[in-house]
Design a protein around this ligand. Structure first.
Ligand code: PGA
Length: 251
């Protein structure tokens, strides 16, 4: 079974400036990066073009959001086709900050996924449970609801990556243990198997995000159903390079 390369992706969120992002780009450009790992970085929208023009070609660039329509009178929004046009290859959709702060519904996320895939972007579709849902043992119920809303809009699964991001682990320093994450990733894969069949279940990459840093990356990467890492805070630091090379130490 070939599942595609291990992925290490970043989400810079609303951080950075031209000069600080060019410094991060310079760091990546001069680093020795594992060619067996698919890497992308996601700067704020206004810097995508600058980053794409300065970054080495074997590292991809992603956006943190897009709109659910292809064109039209939607003041302030950005269509997935426009992201493609400036060289973005990935888009992060359904991130908890979009769901919670900007009130994106499961339905919105599903429609965005459909539009982005149609535009030829690779989609990082984020799912994750909040702390109270985690404590009430509702994790899988929440994830299956979020996944259902996404799966209805996916015809070709080859450009979709699922990111499991427990909300209680995002930006908190409280990472899921490798065993916890593995259990959930396995459950997501089995959900895919029951809904979409063996091929989709075995091929779809499921990556973990939430307080990933250099000290926990290798342990997480070692788990069978963890096909990549999604990095927020630590992606703004030089250690991101070492996280990209995490497989070199562990396999
Ligand atoms: P974090 O963010 O690594 O800072 O916890 C992860 C994310 O929001 O994707």
């Amino acid at each position: 079974m070939v599942r595609g390369k291990f992925i290490v992706g970043s989400n810079y969120k609303m951080n950075g400036s031209q000069s600080s992002l060019l410094a991060l780009v310079g760091l990546l450009n001069h680093a020795q990066l594992d060619s067996n790992v698919e890497i992308f970085i996601s700067p704020p929208l206004v810097y995508i073009d600058l980053v794409r023009k300065n970054l080495r070609r074997d590292v991809a660039v992603g956006a943190q959001n897009c709109y659910l329509k292809a064109t039209g009178a939607y003041t302030g929004e950005v269509a997935p086709e426009m992201l493609r046009d400036i060289g973005a290859e990935y888009v992060i959709l359904g991130h908890t900050e979009r769901r919670e702060i900007f009130k994106e519904s499961d339905t919105d996320v599903g429609l965005k996924v459909e539009q982005a895939l149609q535009a030829g972007l690779r989609v990082i579709a984020c799912v994750g449970e909040k702390l109270e849902e985690h404590q009430a043992e509702k994790t899988l119920e929440v994830l299956y609801r979020q996944l259902d809303a996404i799966a209805d809009h996916v015809l070709d699964w080859s450009n979709l990556v699922v990111a499991y991001e427990p909300v209680w682990a995002i930006g908190t320093g409280r990472v899921a243990t490798p065993e916890q994450a593995q259990r959930v990733h396995r459950a997501i894969r089995e959900w895919l198997r029951s809904k979409k069949g063996d091929h989709v279940a075995d091929q779809t990459r499921i990556i973990y995000g939430g307080s990933v840093n250099l000290s926990n990356a290798a342990m997480l990467a070692n788990e069978e159903d963890i096909d990549g890492l999604f990095v927020g805070g630590a992606s703004l630091k030089p250690e991101f390079v070492d996280i990209c090379n995490v497989l070199q130490g562990s396999r």
